[in-house]
Ligand binder design. Structure first.
Ligand code: ADP
Ligand code: ADP
Length: 227
């Protein structure tokens, strides 16, 4: 469970990105933050893995204030997927997925075997393992980004507009794949998008943000569709 309790963020230049906001992300669900560009979605997401700390209020992961947790350990339990998949250009696809677990102390052999499983899990053919990122399509790169985030088997996944850079048809495939993965793995997913259709498709709960970092409502997708 991720909990934002009366969280507020004002940046050094005075911009208030998030205005006192409380929100719960239940374990094992997909919760979507949706709203226009600049409404504070990324800021909220980055508070979970402590890339940013709130100016006031508290973020809890598994019932403990993230500021009381060891950052390296906290981040090992949190996968992070962004729009630019950010793959290592000079490493093969397999090594892109296996590198962080190896740095974390897993044996090379185990990490590579797991990476091959993850490739399959995200719907990529095994023959892509030896290629380099530039030799993959944008949608394939996003899938590798998801596989890489899953490599440490984190209970929590933060996803920041992960599918926005790909064309609509590919995006739908990626959304379906995420829902399938979620059903299979039961991760706690906090997903950021500016696209209300994507939010309604993916979210078990949808938190709607307004400019200035206000939470307008947090609702079931059915309730939002009815409006
Ligand atoms: P803080 O000290 O509150 O964490 P940062 O160190 O993250 O703030 O930001 C430093 C500076 O970078 C800000 O004062 C701002 O001028 C600039 N900056 C970075 N990203 C943005 C952005 N998206 N919009 C406006 N300014 C930004
Ligand atoms: P979103 O993800 O919804 O587009 P962000 O969380 O990136 O929104 O940004 C929220 C607001 O905070 C915006 O007005 C943005 O320009 C501002 N902002 C983001 N990062 C910084 C920063 N480091 N310094 C100053 N302002 C920032």
């Amino acid at each position: 469970m991720i909990e934002f309790q009366a969280v507020r963020k004002q940046y050094a230049n005075g911009t208030v990105a998030v205005e006192e906001l409380s929100l719960s992300v239940p374990t094992g669900t997909v919760t979507v933050l949706v709203g226009p560009s600049g409404c504070g979605k990324t800021t909220l997401l980055r508070m979970v893995n402590r890339m940013i700390d709130p100016s006031s209020g508290t973020v809890l992961v598994d019932g403990t204030d993230v500021r009381a947790q060891d950052p390296a350990r906290l981040r090992r339990g949190i996968g992070y997927v962004i729009q630019q998949a950010g793959l290592f250009p000079h490493r093969s696809i397999l090594d892109n997925i296996a590198t962080v677990p190896i740095l974390d102390g897993r044996s090379r052999r185990d990490a590579r075997a797991r990476a091959a499983e993850l490739l399959e899990l995200v719907g990529l053919p095994a023959e892509l393992a030896k290629r380099y990122p530039a030799q993959l399509s944008g949608g394939q790169q996003q899938r590798v980004g998801v596989a890489r985030a899953l490599a440490a088997d984190p209970p929590v996944l933060l996803m920041d507009e992960p599918f926005s850079a790909v064309d609509p048809v590919v995006r739908e495939g990626l959304q379906d794949e995420l829902l399938r993965l979620q059903g299979e793995l039961g991760k706690t997913v906090l997903f950021v998008t500016h696209d209300i259709d994507e939010a309604i498709k993916l979210g078990e709960k949808v938190a709607v943000l307004r400019q200035g970092g206000h939470l307008a409502q947090c609702a079931d997708p059915d309730e939002l569709l009815a409006e």
